[in-house]
Design a protein. Structure first.
Length: 237
């Protein structure tokens, strides 16, 4: 019998070429890069949104703090003519009654007494800490005194927001550098200037108001505000 036919040759298996392998690898790399870029973009967007939110929150906090400070900021002015009289007593039992917008200046037993009726036009409580005499001419330009130059009050004087109160002081030391000139001015009935240093009830927001004290009638005195300075922020002018 004839011999059996030989088996068919094996079918060759197709293998990817070098170019096709590069295409597959490049596609995988592009997908990975795209995913990384998408993640980075999302992170950047989230960071920008977070920054904007934090910035907005900080601004809101600053505005809230500023509004709160305005709500407790005092501002001293002369009292109004229709305000109630202020009864004042000094430690040595000297006494005075001051009408609205008035002042008291007197030399008694060689002691110099001074007082003013003032109104707090601000919303917060005013705490008076000190005073400073200015004996130059009224129209002379002069910067306000430094805080360490103010004479401290013997006691703190509190003036409620939107209400009337008083300031008082005395010079009893005849060797005081301003005693002789002040006594001469009072006896000659000449005007003079006083700076008052005050803060809110927390000791913050320090301010200075310059008052003029001038004579009227035969023996009366009145006070008027001339200028105001903020020590914790720019001046209001």
């Amino acid at each position: 019998p004839p011999p059996p036919p030989p088996p068919p040759p094996p079918t060759p298996v197709a293998r990817p070429g070098r170019l096709e392998s590069k295409r597959v690898g490049s596609a995988a790399m592009d997908a990975t890069t795209a995913a990384s870029l998408a993640t980075a973009g999302g992170t950047l967007v989230l960071a920008v949104a977070t920054f904007a939110s934090v910035r907005s929150s900080n601004r809101s906090a600053r505005l809230a703090e500023y509004s709160m400070q305005l709500g407790i900021r005092p501002l001293l002015m002369p009292s109004r003519l229709e305000d109630a009289p202020q009864k004042i007593r000094w430690g040595d039992d000297h006494r005075a009654v001051i009408n609205g917008s008035g002042a008291h200046v007197a030399v008694v037993d060689d002691n110099l007494y001074m007082a003013m009726s003032v109104r707090n036009a601000g919303s917060g409580i005013a705490v008076l800490h000190g005073w400073h005499l200015r004996l130059e001419q009224l129209l002379t330009e002069h910067a306000h005194a430094e805080r360490e130059d103010f004479r401290p009050q013997t006691r703190d004087l509190y003036i409620p927001g939107g209400d009337v109160g008083f300031w008082q002081a005395a010079i009893r030391d005849h060797d005081d550098p301003e005693y002789a000139e002040m006594v001469a001015r009072v006896q000659a009935r000449e005007l003079f200037l006083i700076e008052l240093l005050y803060t809110d009830h927390q000791g913050d927001q320090p301010s200075i108001t310059l008052f003029i004290v001038a004579p009227y009638d035969d023996d009366g005195w009145y006070c008027s505000a001339v200028k105001h300075w903020n020590l914790d922020r720019p001046d209001p002018r």
